[in-house]
Design a protein around this ligand. Sequence first.
Ligand SMILES: *Cc1c(COP(=O)(O)O)cnc(C)c1O
Length: 464
Amino acid sequence: MSDFPYADRFPVNRALPDHGRPREEILAELRTMATEEDAFWETGRCSGTMYCGDHDHYRFLTEAFGLFAHVNVLQRDMCPSATKMEGEIIAMALDLMHAEAVQDATPAGMVTSGGTGSILHAVLAYREHAAQRRGIDRPNFVKPETGHPAFDKACHLLGVELRSVAVDPHTTLVDPAEVAARVDANTVAILGSACNYGYGTIDPIAELGQVALEHGTGLHVDGCLGGFILPFGEQLGYDVPPFDFRVPGVTSISADTHKYGYAFKGTSTLVFRDKAYRNAQYFHLAGWSGGKYMSPGIDGSRSGGLLAATWASMVHHGRDGYLHHAREIFATADRMKAAVRSHPELRIMGQPTFCFSFTSDEFDIYHVNDFLRERGWRLNGQQYPNAIHMAVTRPQTQPGVAEAWETDLADAVEHAHRQHAAGAEAFSSALYGGVAGGLTTEVEEFIVAVMTDMLDAQQSVPPA
Ligand SMILES: *Cc1c(COP(=O)(O)O)cnc(C)c1O
């Protein structure tokens, strides 16, 4: 299965070329690959990932990025602009998350390298804060099972025990009482998602806030996906319960600028109710021979370009810009969900908004996925139960895409009935679906092979 992409069309570099190539030739090669690959999602048939999709906006961000791409924001004496841009990104994120509702502490935030970066820093902040203030040296973190794997990764990296709580299979939501039952004196924080990635559903944040307050622990709200769109859905009158600092007990929120903030990949915001959490995770080494060292987060050198592009995206959109896109995305999602509901053999998981997942109790939903793939759709596969998910983004709001969804989905349902009657096994089920009896060694070996092939491409082409 290993394959070196483009080996038949462009030079393969197995070592630094002896002689450098002209810039124009390199750019032509890159342009060819980028243009062909963009064509894949420009159809609007790809779930999530391309949140913006507007090439004019990308050109604008690229120009903003280019002005500061070469700047290292670790050296603030050389780039006061970074302090302005980062501070304003944090302030705008705090404003969006209703920091004005906080009376008992000073809210604060930071800009990180992405959703995983925000989650890593949140878990680190809770671990350190609890160690310093509560003397906890065997920390644990309680997550609804639907919480993003970045929490498992953060706990793994930071030596925090992760306690996973099963969700109700019908609503896809966690029962706050079950979360409370897993909390003990060593719990540094619990999690609620607004919304989770898999089902697009919003955990009962107000009740989780009560659990956090009763037990004297933190509550992180993962708004990586929803943070920059749900507030506008609320404004539009959709059923979005508050999940931000208006809710007592919420102590931190992650919201990705590189998703519905329509910035470039590589930034996210993390905001805290109380500055003390953020400050607890600072790192400094005052006695180093190379000089006094400090970094406000896990990263060392960072590019000023990412701050500039993120800042530019936020101030370009403003509240009315984000509201405009949210209106179109929510309306498109409503139409796409209505198409799913029009087929009684399909079932939407829980009560999602702009991002939804569906399954079938009559046939393997991966038959539907197989068919949709042939029509150029790229949906994400889920398991336990098998389901497929669609995060509606701006590319789906283009004219004709929702109509194509209605037609293609109807044809896919017919296909699934035929396949089911014939006793056929769904193709993508084997790749993405759940394995009966849980994780097998073969699945783990397969996953390791996929990652290894991705990194070892230079070994996969026979030498010429
Ligand atoms: C995307 C996402 C993350 C992780 O973000 P990355 O930017 O991929 O690191 C975390 N939580 C949710 C709900 C997400 O959708």
